[in-house]
Ligand binder design. Structure first.
Ligand code: ADP
Ligand code: MG
Length: 332
């Protein structure tokens, strides 16, 4: 298994990685989630041996890799833009490393890999005839060809459009699980992280601020900034937090994060508010509601109820869409 300890990488006197420690058991998928520029690519490069850390270590099964060059680590790297060889067919791209290693039964292995990524009849195609999603599937098959003991994925789906990204994220998870691949994926997109990973590490300014099984991180974000980055719509602090938690029969906490659909219009709801604006979407009506004592918040209504601005509504609180925050709050 891979273990990263106290890794620090400095560029021009600035810490791109600041004391990063991570562990990833074999066969699991870890997503490192963080905004652009927080150090995600630097982390992958340091693990791959492409970046020299100032301090800290990367070890595999207890063996320090500090002096092991990139190509001897048994890791594979895959990027946002697949980086296929444009003049080679799909089959040749996928089998590239197998040819270099003179692996026998290469053709059969390539066929298996193309099956695995859902492109069974694509072997003779050239990369320029493929869609963005197909290119990333080919890049994935090529990365898996050498059976890396660790696959490092740098925002592999970020260049794709939204619908395709969601579908490919689900496929990516299936493929990694089916092939038993241990993988570390970095991304700025929380949906991608949730779709692909078992474990989640949240990164900010070169540091890991939270790390754990995905549902735990999701249910208990450490601070307001993390909550918002995980996709929560708002964070209430102090008295408003207490009031909202009480109305949901939850224990008090210094702050609480709300999903966009935590409040919904329902005649028997304990809260009252005045609609500020409303917008129809294919799934539901999305509202902004001014709730005395809580402020202006998101809420939802079923499609057959479309209360306009100024209308007073009763609101129900869905406690499964709230996350109490116990640590000090960073921003506001
Ligand atoms: P991310 O992948 O999360 O967007 P990066 O790891 O690429 O972030 O970059 C983290 C920080 O390190 C950024 O401030 C970036 O400008 C800086 N950085 C990355 N690579 C280099 C480099 N080779 N030289 C100088 N600064 C770098
Ligand atoms: Mg990057």
């Amino acid at each position: 298994m891979i273990r990263v300890r106290d890794l620090t990488v400095v560029f021009d006197g600035k810490r791109a990685l600041d004391d990063v420690s991570l562990e990833l058991p074999d066969g699991e998928v870890l997503a490192v989630l963080g905004p652009s520029g927080c150090g995600k690519s630097t982390l992958l490069r340091a693990i791959a041996g492409l970046e020299q850390p100032q301090t800290g270590s990367v070890a595999w099964d207890g063996q320090d890799l500090g002096r092991v060059p990139t190509h001897r680590r048994g890791f594979a790297l895959m990027f946002q833009d697949g980086q296929l060889f444009e003049h080679l067919t799909v089959a040749r791209n996928v089998g590239y490393a197998l040819r270099l290693r003179r692996v026998p039964s290469r053709d059969r292995r390539v066929a298996e890999l193309l099956d695995l990524v859902g492109l069974p009849s694509y072997g003779d195609r050239l990369p320029r005839t493929l869609s963005g999603g197909e290119r990333q599937r080919v890049a994935l098959a090529r990365s898996l060809a050498v059976e890396p003991r660790l696959l490092l994925l740098d925002e592999p789906l970020s260049a794709l459009d939204t619908g395709l990204r969601a579908r490919l994220a689900a496929d990516l998870r299936t493929i990694l699980v089916e092939s038993g691949t241990t993988a570390l994926l970095v991304t700025h997109d929380h949906e991608e992280a949730f779709a692909v990973a078992d474990r989640l590490a949240v990164m900010r300014s070169g540091r890991i601020v939270q790390h754990g099984p995905i549902d735990e991180v999701w249910r208990r974000p450490v601070d307001d900034e993390t909550a918002l980055f995980l996709g929560y719509a708002a964070v209430l602090v102090g008295e408003p937090a207490t009031r909202l938690l009480r109305s949901a029969d939850l224990e008090d906490a210094p702050a609480v994060a709300l999903r966009r659909s935590a409040l919904s219009v329902a005649a028997d709801g304990p809260l009252r508010g005045r609609v500020v604006s409303s917008r129809l979407t294919p799934e539901q009506v999305r509202l902004r509601v001014d709730v005395p004592g809580l402020g202006e918040l998101d809420a939802v209504a079923p499609l057959d109820r479309h209360p306009g601005p100024g209308v007073e509504v009763a609101l129900r609180v869905d406690r499964t869409r709230l996350a109490p925050i116990y640590a000090p709050v960073t921003g506001q």
